[in-house]
Design a protein around this ligand. Sequence first.
Ligand code: TPP
Ligand code: SF4
Ligand code: MG
Length: 497
Amino acid sequence: MSTEKIIHGRSAGFFPEFSRRPGNNHTNMHYCPGCGHGILHKLIAEAIEDLEIKDRTVLISPVGCSVFAYYYFDCFGISVPHGRAPAVGTGLVRSNPDDIVISYQGDGDLGAIGFNEFIQTANRGENMAVFFVNNAIYGMTGGQMAPTTLPGQKTVTCPLGRSVTNEGYPLKVSEMVSALDSPVYVERVALSSGKNILRARAAVRKALNNVIEKKGFSMVEFLSGCPVNLKMNASQVNEFIDERMCKYFPLGVFKDIADTRDSIKRSSGVYAPEAVRKVLYPQYSSSSVSRDFQNPSPFFAKERRLKVAGFGGQGVLSFGHMLATMGKLRNFNVSYLPVYGPEMRGGTASCSVVVSRKKIASPVVDRDCNLLVVLNDESLEKFLPELKPTGVLIFDSSNVHVSRLRRTQIAYCVNASDLARELGDLRYANSILMGALAKLMDDFFLQETDKADFERVVEEAIRECFADKSEVIRKNINAFYLGKQAASRWNAPSDGQ
Ligand SMILES: Cc1ncc(C[n+]2csc(CCOP(=O)(O)OP(=O)(O)O)c2C)c(N)n1
Ligand code: SF4
Ligand SMILES: [Mg+2]
């Protein structure tokens, strides 16, 4: 009599309900019928359950059809930019060596945009399992040629079939990575017949066991079906895998040397921002007036979300950089996110700065902005709606025409561009506007003990931002004090808006 146990229902490696999935369907996955991703997800979820590693597994989803893997797995999950899973995984295992890191990647993600990250991670022997889904196509974006597209295989970007003369031969990732010394286990399996899927199941578990035992880098390549883009049904796609893919990409174990390797012992990372600061900025960490976030003004108790915007070339990004530097010099957590590119000269440039005593969740400031600094009318129109009802506006009255504000918003202005031109360079406009900010802070937000320190930290930030350019530093500091003197509160026109 058979003693096999038949398991019905969903593995505990999955959420009981896929409630992260938008819409009403919280039962099924978003994958097309016959897609290999769904099969592999099941194998991984069952292994996570059976190996009892749910509480320390981090599954890194790629960009590709499996980008939403975090809808399904009841473990930790991270979504990363295209191709970056092994790089992010490296940071994770180096700082948390007991994590079980799974880098889940497609052939476009691993074999094209992320190939360097992948191969360097393998070569360093990072302790993780890479599950590489080779479906010979870019599934998510509608069936373009992948590095693993077979010779002669038609895709939307090679409608006549992949030409090896033109596009080269498909990338044999397992063969390549197994040639490196560091990886301990490399196997290619197929998600087609029942027999192949059982082999794939064992490979998933073997790779995860290697990670549990800290043996280093393991990779399993799964030949997988993308029926939709191959325009086949599920059984035709299995035939495609068995008859065509397996011929080019032979199945088998390419490397299995985990038993010969000791467990990796690396010194684990330490989160010690103060120690880092001491190394990078010794002069400030010893002399900073408010080393332990002691600025007494209540203004500094809350997270402050700032945005600076104007034309490229007006010193918009330098202004944001200066604000972030000021926060950093007084031991706040800061983030600085510039937006530029083709807009750098002439177009709109902007940057977001967040300054906080707590950890910053997101560097993006697109609403609930506390301080908006604008240097042109376009930026005023675009970003004023993002200013909080109690927010503060600083503007360059040489260029910006404010007609109305909410009664609860405060605005200060200074003719920064005109004054900067008089000083000989338009780029001093940002330090002049910083003067307007200092005046507003003095008038409304700073206690006596913080007023002098605010001026001091502006000077320190100017010195740091323009390091080694003593003349530029001197002129910017002058521009700052000039701006502070010249700035005034903007009052709404007399119709009382
Ligand atoms: C930086 C960047 N470049 C390009 C894209 C567009 N893109 C999204 S998925 C994808 C390819 C996905 O193919 P693959 O990794 O094979 O995953 P599959 O969908 O086949 O599982 C591309 C090129 C993107 N999202 N980000
Ligand atoms: S497009 Fe292809 S890879 Fe993407 S879900 Fe559908 S079958 Fe799977
Ligand atoms: Mg693919």
